[in-house]
Design a protein around this ligand. Structure first.
Ligand SMILES: Cc1cc2nc3c(=O)[nH]c(=O)nc-3n(C[C@H](O)[C@H](O)[C@H](O)COP(=O)(O)O)c2cc1C
Length: 247
């Protein structure tokens, strides 16, 4: 526990130290419930390591009656989120991730479709201290961890909510894989975070940098602990925020 406290203290200090350096896009004002943090901007555009799915094995000779597409809703709103179970800060071991809870609330309120970003090779440890080490290493390496599957056909959606935990004052690196491997141009993108002090952590302006041809709307930051222990208050906040955005 001492190590956990030390890790978080270092982590939050780092977040505070860099918060002034990034997100100089003053026009992107997300709601935050804690200090905004971020890492320094990534000047270069690294080659995404995520690869396109292999060409469909076994699907070459398609019979006349192709299997039906999975039932698609007619929603024009998609919620893309990343979230971890296991041991998380202040909440112990959880079987539904904090961000997943918020993502589902957004989907329930808006009728949106949900897409969970799941690591292709789930190398993330289930213990908090180990997870912070792996996440820090990925950030230092500017990694682009691959995710399983593909987002649904984005042409169907005009609005995409994108949410994740704050990791070391930034989006987890796997989200940068998502930003770089998909075309969000012309869409409204709405970031949301769960965190334990960093608020939205500049998610909005980092998203604007990663997806310059999208419109970024005001984001929402929710305390991770509240998603587990104050769910009705969180739901009210989510619904108020959605109403303010016109959803
Ligand atoms: C690797 C890692 C790094 C984190 N970095 C931060 C941080 O910089 N600022 C912060 O407020 N919380 C930080 N946290 C806390 C998480 O953002 C918070 O617990 C979040 O709600 C977890 O969401 P999830 O259950 O959806 O994964 C970190 C947690 C982990 C595991």
């Amino acid at each position: 526990m001492k190590k956990t406290t030390t890790v978080l203290a270092i982590l939050l200090c780092a977040v505070l130290l860099v918060s002034l350096a990034a997100c100089d896009d003053a026009g992107s004002a997300g709601k935050t419930s804690g200090p905004t943090g971020s890492t320094a901007g990534r000047e270069s555009s690294p080659e995404p390591k995520q690869t396109e799915p292999e060409s469909e094995p076994g699907e070459a000779a398609e019979p006349a009656s192709a299997p039906p597409e999975p039932a698609a809703s007619d929603s024009t709103i998609l919620v893309v989120y990343f979230s971890r179970t296991g041991e998380q800060y202040t909440v112990g071991v959880i079987d539904k991730g904090n961000t997943a809870i918020v993502a589902e609330m957004i989907a329930e309120q808006t009728g949106a479709d949900l897409f969970e970003v799941i690591p292709a090779d789930d190398h993330y440890p289930m213990t908090y201290d180990e997870l912070t080490d792996v996440a820090k290493r990925e950030q230092n390496e500017n990694a682009r961890p691959a995710y399983a599957g593909s987002l649904p056909d984005l042409s169907r959606y005009d609005t995409v909510f994108i949410g994740s935990p704050v990791w070391w004052g930034d989006w987890p690196m796997i989200l940068y894989t998502v930003f770089e491997n998909n075309d969000f141009s012309g869409k409204k993108l709405i970031p949301f975070s769960t965190h334990e002090g960093s608020g939205l952590a500049g998610f909005d302006c980092k998203l604007a940098t990663a997806c310059p041809d999208s419109e970024i709307l005001d984001g929402l930051a929710v305390r991770g602990n509240d998603t587990q222990n104050q769910q009705e208050q969180v739901r009210d906040s989510v619904n108020d925020w959605l109403a303010g955005l016109g959803y």
